[in-house]
Design a protein around this ligand. Structure first.
Ligand code: ADP
Ligand code: ZN
Ligand code: ZN
Length: 736
């Protein structure tokens, strides 16, 4: 007798819990299983809670006998298509991250909370049958209604966003609705509109730019490092690649550093592509705007998707090219939760989608440079500045035994004065914000420490506060020593606020514009501050590394680097690389227009070999030397490196945990020249927000061996029952 085989349907879901596996459920009761598809969101019961999960796979068998039913399907929308699920699985694998947390990290907050996708569906206004029958001359006595009617007759259905932008008010729409002439219908989500930009045509490419474009084939995967001097026209390359794939009906993805996505950048792209729709995704967006932009990208309604780090996880079905601007920037590495590198994922994403990826920088990271020099990536150069700008002249200003005024040498102050007097602009780079990085008592030696971190409090004079730059701690400024009540208190060292005071006094006839995190707290503030400088009047810009990134200020002819020494003597092996990148980028702000530029670099160590190489030979030679040093020391990128991190209020617990982790790993893979252990050692910032931080470092010549070891140590560490201890694995860690 034949028995009908009852095919079981089992849902394999990514549930946001810190466990490195998927979970099986039965379909929600009463739901037609035909409505289910991988990539959808469902509510599931988990350990007494209700969690939002993502359906990853539908299977017929489960190793578990007793399965719970999922609670409910959130909506029909498939948010993660196959290629996107493949990328997220890769992330979970490579970074040893719990898959449920990877999906959660990929979702915008509003969608993670379970809001249905059609909440942001765009409303489209269309003519009813009756409306379609009207002549254009109808409604002559109501001119506003007539204008809207004519638009719909001529150009068809219109989105609510577009109607608003064109000034057709809701009242007019309602009037037509009441006459039964129009109706709203729901369509796919479109991105929120960007600020208006005057359309601007493309410049004629120079030879170098043309060669670069000719070398990138958009029909299949390739990875390219574009090593192009600051101002050589890399952005123009990104725009041309966008143009190419847009013309084929595909989407372009551009990643920018955290503080690189300025309204200026967006305007430049919007001005080039007025007929395309652009979704910008960055941390400055409100929750709803972010969900809307993301859904528009997923629905394919956005042609250009541009954003910071996490944009890399946005599912794009028509992807045509991936580009990473300032690929060396540290903000592409996520430093907590799922600790991925968006720059590295850009390459994985492009390979999965079989499209090209372009990594652009004037100061490539050693990782990318190594990949290019070893032939794994195509290596393209742009050595000339675009247009008629010339490279700046660099001068070293020794500061030892000089009579400095708040950190400025007489020579620097004289050059600043001369430049302003010529009607040009000056940029002063200071790598610390606030008034002074420490406050001390001259009588008893008391220092203002953060009670929660192993760091000093920074004095902010204008707000009369002492603030910790590593946690949120803040206290009022004191006039007398809390320890001995002496009134001789001194501020040690300098910061942007202190320099601003001096420069405002010394150059009282000119505006002094301070750009740091304190003056640019609001979304548009940076743009507003820089607008002053873009006007072209003589002025003095001073600020932190915010000023080093991507801004194009053609009237800046003098750049002063107040103190180049910060990174030369750090315990972090990446410090020289970062210092080199920062100095080269800051210097690159000088002379970007038709006026020639000059850079003054103040240092106490003009003879330092690394600094000399950087200033005389440029970043390219400097970086290649650093790569040779890393090879000798067996450090990344020559070897692979991962950290196991632990932090706890009780330092001994964190240390012990890592000591055990090391013993466990050593029992699997004993130390050898191919795989080495270091630690546990305290992190560079040993205590942060009240917790002591330690790490264990593992370097390996073989990435596969390291990976398999990390899988085992994660399984081991998941057994940790100490709730007050936090641990994490940080593959390709960037911070010690
Ligand atoms: P990068 O991104 O490499 O720093 P940009 O793309 O911002 O450089 O270009 C620097 C300046 O040169 C911009 O003002 C840009 O408009 C201009 N520019 C770029 N390419 C050309 C070109 N082919 N001809 C003239 N000007 C150009
Ligand atoms: Zn004192
Ligand atoms: Zn602190």
């Amino acid at each position: 007798m034949q028995q009908a085989v009852q095919q079981k349907i089992i849902l394999r879901l990514a549930v946001p819990v810190p466990l490195r596996r998927l979970f099986d459920y039965l379909p929600p009761e009463g739901l037609d299983p035909g409505e289910l598809a991988p990539g959808q969101r469902l509510w599931v019961p988990f350990a007494g809670r209700k969690l939002l999960a993502v359906l990853v796979d539908i299977v017929q068998q489960s190793p578990l006998a007793e399965l719970k039913s999922a609670l409910e399907l959130v909506d029909k929308a498939v948010l993660f298509h196959r290629n996107s699920r493949k990328l997220l699985a890769w992330i979970a694998d490579y970074y040893q991250a719990p898959i449920g947390e990877v999906y959660a990290a990929a979702l915008p907050t509003a969608l993670r909370k379970g809001k249905p996708a059609d909440h942001w569906a765009e409303q489209w206004l269309q003519l009813s049958t009756e409306g379609k029958g009207l002549p254009e001359s109808a409604l002559a006595r109501a001119p506003k209604q007539q204008a809207l009617l004519q638009l719909l007759l001529k150009e068809g259905t219109q989105s609510r966003t577009r109607l608003k932008a064109q000034g057709h008010s809701a009242t007019v729409v309602r009037a037509l609705q009441e006459r039964g002439l129009v109706e709203w219908i729901a369509g796919p989500t479109v991105p929120p509109p960007l600020p208006e930009a005057e359309p601007s045509p493309a410049p004629q490419l120079n030879n170098e730019q043309q060669q670069v474009l000719d070398s990138v084939d958009c029909s299949h995967f390739s990875a390219t490092l574009l090593e192009g001097t600051t101002g050589s026209g890399k952005t123009e390359i990104y725009l041309r690649l966008m143009e190419r794939v847009l013309a084929e009906g595909r989407q372009a993805l551009l990643l920018v550093p955290e503080i690189g996505l300025t309204p200026q950048t967006l305007r430049r792209i919007a001005a080039r592509f007025p007929e395309y729709s652009i979704a910008a995704l960055h941390s400055g967006l409100a929750e709803g705007e972010r969900a809307q932009s993301w859904l528009a990208a997923v629905a394919g309604q956005a042609d250009i998707v541009i954003g910071t780090r996490s944009v890399i996880m946005t599912p794009l079905q028509r992807l045509g090219v991936v580009m990473v601007d300032e690929e060396h920037d540290a903000s592409f590495k996520q430093q907590d939760g799922v600790r991925y590198s968006a720059r590295d994922l850009a390459v994985v994403l492009a390979r999965n989608a079989n499209v090209p990826v372009l990594l652009g920088s004037a100061t490539p990271s050693l990782e990318t440079l190594h990949n290019a020099l070893s032939g794994r990536y195509q290596h393209l150069h742009m050595r000339q500045r675009a247009g008629d700008a010339r490279p700046p002249q660099i001068h070293v200003v020794p500061t030892l035994r000089e009579p400095l005024e708040e950190g400025f040498s007489p020579q620097a102050l004289r050059h600043i004065g001369d430049t302003l007097a010529r009607g040009e602009q000056v940029l002063v780079f200071i790598n610390r914000r606030g008034f002074a990085p420490a406050l001390t008592c001259d009588d008893c030696g008391w220092l203002a420490d953060c009670p929660h971190c192993s760091s000093k409090l920074t004095m902010h004079r204008r707000q009369r506060q002492l603030r910790c730059h590593h946690c949120d701690y803040c206290r009022p400024l004191v006039d007398s020593c809390p320890q001995c009540h002496s009134r001789s208190i001194s501020a040690l060292g300098g910061g942007t606020e202190r320099s601003e005071e001096l420069l405002t006094r010394r150059f009282a006839d000119y505006p002094v514009i301070r750009v740091d995190r304190d003056t640019t707290a609001s979304k548009q503030a940076l743009d507003r501050l820089l607008a002053l400088a873009r006007d072209g009047e003589p002025c003095l810009l001073l600020g932190t590394q915010m000023l080093a990134k991507g801004h194009h200020l053609p009237r800046v002819t003098l750049v002063v680097i107040q103190d180049a020494d910060g990174g030369l003597f750090s315990a972090d092996f990446r410090a020289p690389e970062r210092t080199g990148q920062l100095l080269e980028q800051v210097a690159g702000r000088a002379g970007r227009g038709s006026l020639s530029g000059r850079v003054l670099v103040q240092t106490r160590f003009p003879e330092h070999p690394l600094l000399q190489m950087l200033l005389e030979k440029g970043y390219g030679t400097f970086a290649r030397q650093l790569l040779r040093d890393r090879a000798l020391a067996q450090l990344p990128p020559i070897s692979a490196m991962a950290l196991v991190r632990a932090e706890c209020e009780e330092p001994a617990w964190a240390e012990e945990f890592l000591q055990n982790a090391r013993m466990f790993m050593q029992s699997l893979v004993p130390p050898s020249p191919q795989l080495q252990y270091l630690g546990p050692v305290p992190a560079l910032l040993e205590r942060k927000s009240g917790r002591f931080r330690f790490y264990l470092q593992i370097t390996a010549q073989n990435r596969g061996l390291l990976q398999s070891l990390l899988v085992r140590v994660c399984a081991w560490a998941e057994g940790n029952r100490n709730r007050r201890l936090r641990w994490a694995v940080d593959m390709d860690a960037q911070e010690l």
